[in-house]
Design a protein around this ligand. Structure first.
Ligand SMILES: [Zn+2]
Length: 381
């Protein structure tokens, strides 16, 4: 699992052509040299020089992992060495830090969980800087941090957390603070954008050039991939969905609406709308599965709200696929027909059946993994 010293020496200051070859292998898998040269517009000579450096640095291996008769001489194939670099990903909630370490293929090789000592920025930064080196699994070259909140990038590649409800933070240059404390490049990312970025690069075999990922849990948000790029927005707010008024009466949202998507689709809204306490989602889910009419109605309204939110994004972006992820996606299982009927209601007539909605396997660690992928993007894109 250890990284060769030369790999660490040239990482993260990888020259541009080396970086592009590495990214090509990361995104598109093992390939013959000639194809890489073609795709990147490199001469045979310069590709030979670059791959020599990457092989010596421990990033790239020669020879096919999967032998195929039609692919030419084995030594012509190049592939990524997944353990050539490791990335730490952190997901912060109001009271806990979830930490994973991944390899270059976003496979989680270690994980840890720590309660936050307080919500003071310096305490949290200190916890991140102390915890990352303690995680076994491989030498970490960059740290990504995912938070529910508005995040935008600064021209120097850092990131500012403009606002986080959960942590009560405003205008925090979190990436710079973590870099200073941990002496590693750091990236900060909105948690649903992190989920979308990781799903785009590593979530499906077919790498879609357009994709919308919904994160549904305590809140709702989306991450948008257009033209093969994760779109963060001018102020880090791309993918904000949920205040469209859809009628009915549900939980009051932060904007004071009782009839918007937020009023129905989040886990606290579903619990509230079933007459339970906002943190009683699991019990309401059991009731709905058991046939309780009030609980079922709360999930049916959530499904309709989700359909309305999906329609917003589909109307705006026309993506190849929509993926619904998060801890609170059970409305897709309980009331799928209500999602479909909302699509028919909120999309232009004639197109609802063309919308491909997927519910990928989800566990909470995917947010931290998404943060690790954001760290990877920071160095490779
Ligand atoms: Zn609202």
């Amino acid at each position: 699992m250890s990284v060769s010293s030369s790999a660490v020496a040239i990482w993260p200051g990888l020259p541009d052509t080396e970086r592009r070859v590495l990214l090509e292998l990361l995104l598109h898998g093992e390939q013959p040299r000639v194809r890489i040269a073609e795709r990147l517009g490199l001469s045979r000579t310069s590709l030979t020089r670059v791959t020599r450096g990457l092989i010596d640095g421990g990033f790239v291996l020669e020879g096919a992992l999967h032998v195929s008769g039609s692919r030419g001489r084995p030594a012509e194939m190049l592939r990524l060495r997944p353990d050539a670099a490791h990335f730490a990903g952190v997901k912060l909630t109001a009271d806990t830090m979830y930490l994973v370490v991944t390899d270059l293929q976003a496979r989680v090789v270690a994980e840890a969980e720590h309660p936050l000592p307080s919500r003071e920025v310096t305490d949290v930064v200190d916890l991140i800087a102390r915890s990352v080196p303690d995680v076994e699994g491989g030498e970490v070259v960059a740290i990504g941090i995912a938070v529910a909140g508005d995040v935008s990038e600064t021209p120097d590649g850092g990131g500012i957390l403009h606002h986080s409800n959960f942590l009560g933070w405003d205008a925090v240059r979190l990436a710079d603070l973590v870099t200073s404390a941990a002496h590693l490049p750091a990236a900060i990312v909105n948690d649903v954008h992190a989920l979308a970025g990781a799903h785009h690069w590593f979530g499906t075999r077919a790498r879609h050039s357009s994709l919308v990922v919904y994160g549904v849990g305590a809140g709702v948000g989306s991450g948008v991939v257009i033209g093969g790029e994760l779109h963060l927005g001018a102020n880090g707010r791309a993918g904000r969905v949920g205040h469209t008024r859809i009628g009915g009466r549900g939980r009051t949202c932060t904007n004071g609406h009782v009839d918007c998507v937020h009023s129905f689709v989040t886990m606290p809204a579903i619990a509230h709308n079933a007459g339970a306490e906002p943190d009683d989602y699991e019990r309401v889910l059991e009731r709905a599965r058991g046939g309780d009419a009030v609980a079922r109605a709360a999930f049916e309204n959530a499904a309709r709200a989700l359909g309305a939110a999906i329609a917003e994004a589909v109307n705006a972006f026309d993506p190849e696929v929509v993926a619904v992820m998060g801890e609170g996606t059970d409305m897709l299982e309980i009331a799928p027909q209500h999602v479909r009927s909302a699509l028919a209601e909120f999309l232009e007539e004639g197109y609802p059946d063309e919308v491909l909605v997927e519910r990928p396997a989800f566990e909470f660690g995917l947010y931290a993994r998404g943060a690790a992928v954001a760290a990877m993007r920071r160095l490779l894109v």
